[in-house]
Write a protein that binds this ligand. Structure first.
Ligand code: ADP
Ligand code: MG
Length: 447
């Protein structure tokens, strides 16, 4: 059934392996930890490889390998322990996955991960599928700074590689500021010819994401559409209320995500992030693109995604079970959302700033008193076991479910106030309230 012969890569096969088999995960962050939990609950063993011995997944995994992702010895040891390998983040060397694929089943493939690692390759791949992206210009060295089209300003300069949670990005208001922005991103880089993309800063009405899982035979299932709210480039909340995105737009975005997955023969869990450019009703500043586009694809993640964490409490299958099922060759049944849900990210700031559940005045991090939050109906706490809270560090998330969106919203308001985040509110969710996200009439040209 499972053939580990080196000359017979099995990455495209992923035939069924029964519980008891060991699943390898490159990366032991929170995504690795939640995959390990899903695998263990279905009777699979796990081996996690990460250079940090204190990473969130290390205490949970059956085997922990403390190794760099490019270290031959660690990869060899992993390959010897497991039947299947996946990754929890996109910045593992694609060659590591390709190397492992000569011994064991791997998903996603090194080739697909490579696309997500590089914004230039990613955008060109999306465009090749006939799907829209924000207008952009590639800057490979400081020589290219003068040839940037002026209609890309105001823009966002992003490093082509290794950006996350808004890191590696600078807003550039005009051509005059471009040189300084590029120099800022180059700081601390050994490579002075840093490849970046300058993307037009689009007026966003909303951000959405689609998470799908695709089997080697092309069969796809997806989670319901997610509406995401970011603060300072970091996901703040995800709202998943049935009916808040029109079925027409939902179908467009899901079809786009599937088209992309199919065109790169993606196998595994994939997240596709979208910018919705539709002007809100009565807006007097129409978006520059509204006559031709009403959404673009922002980026992809070749793995479960922060915006899919709601699925742990809102859906018949979590995104981690989806990842596991593809990996071990189990069928993917269609997924049903059973509860409207809001996911709130819990950043390290909550351990540092005063709030009703952290009254203690101290400059050292103090665990908030979760008992008051968890006394509210429909609250589900997920903490990642990170030892030290730091500002902007993702420490956990809170899923809030209820029988109706209104009930969820009311609990969310109480949670935000207990967490000292009352001023943040669910900006996007409130803006959408009563005005279901619908594709713009002028967008017939959209794929
Ligand atoms: P990361 O890899 O850090 O997630 P993203 O490219 O997704 O980087 O950017 C993070 C956030 O910054 C986005 O979710 C969005 O809120 C904002 N953003 C990024 N690019 C644009 C853009 N072209 N126009 C407007 N907002 C943007
Ligand atoms: Mg992003």
């Amino acid at each position: 059934m499972f053939d580990p012969k080196p000359d017979n890569p099995v990455s495209s096969g992923l035939s069924y392996v029964a519980p008891g088999a060991c699943i390898g995960v490159l990366g032991g962050g929170q995504l690795g930890r939640m995959l390990v939990q899903a695998a263990q609950s279905m009777g699979y063993k796990t081996a996690v490889l990460d250079p940090d011995p204190n990473c969130p997944a290390s205490p949970m995994a059956d085997h922990f390998l403390c190794s760099g992702y490019a270290q031959e010895e660690g990869l060899q040891a992993l390959g010897g322990l497991v039947s299947r390998v996946t990754t929890e983040f996109e910045n593992v060397p694609a060659q590591a996955l390709e190397h492992l694929a000569t011994r064991v089943g791997v998903s996603p493939s090194g080739a697909c991960v490579r696309v997500a690692q590089d914004r230039v390759l990613e955008k060109n791949t999306i465009k090749r599928c006939g799907l829209p992206v924000a207008p952009f210009h590639v800057i490979e060295s400081s020589k290219d700074l003068t040839s940037v089209p002026h209609d890309l300003f105001p823009g966002i300069l992003k490093t082509a590689r290794l950006g996350y949670d808004g890191k590696g990005q600078v807003v550039v208001n005009s051509a005059m500021d471009l040189q300084a922005a590029y120099a800022q991103l180059q700081q601390g880089q050994r490579d002075q010819a840093l490849t970046c993309v300058l993307e037009k800063k689009l007026p966003l009405w909303a951000e959405c994401s689609v998470i799908l899982a695709r089997e080697p035979n092309g069969q796809c299932v997806h989670l319901p559409i997610q509406i995401n709210q970011h603060h300072h480039g970091i996901l703040f909340s995800t709202t998943v209320f049935p009916g808040w995105v029109s079925p027409q737009l939902e179908e467009q975005l899901q079809t786009a995500a599937q088209t992309l997955a199919q065109s790169i023969d993606y196998v595994g869990v994939l997240c596709v992030e979208f910018f919705i450019l539709l002007s809100p009703p009565n807006a007097n500043t129409p978006t520059p693109q509204s006559s031709t586009l009403n959404w673009v694809i922002n980026e992809i993640a070749p793995r479960p995604h922060n915006s899919g964490h709601h699925s742990l409490n809102s859906c018949s299958m979590s995104q981690f079970e989806m990842q596991l099922r593809v990996l071990v060759g189990l069928p993917l049944n269609s997924i049903r959302q059973h509860s409207p849900c809001v996911m709130l990210n819990l950043l390290g700031d909550l351990w540092l700033d005063p709030s009703p559940i952290r009254e203690h005045q101290s400059t050292d991090p103090v665990e908030p008193d979760w008992s008051r939050v968890l006394a509210l109906k429909g609250t589900h706490l997920h903490l990642y076991g990170k030892e030290k809270a730091r500002r902007a560090r993702k420490m956990g998330h809170l899923n809030i479910t209820g029988s109706t969106p209104e009930e969820v919203e009311s609990t969310v308001a109480q949670c935000l106030s207990l967490l000292g985040l009352g001023a943040m509110g669910l900006g996007v969710a409130s803006a959408l309230h009563g005005s279901v996200l619908t594709p713009h009439r002028e967008t017939q040209g959209n794929p």
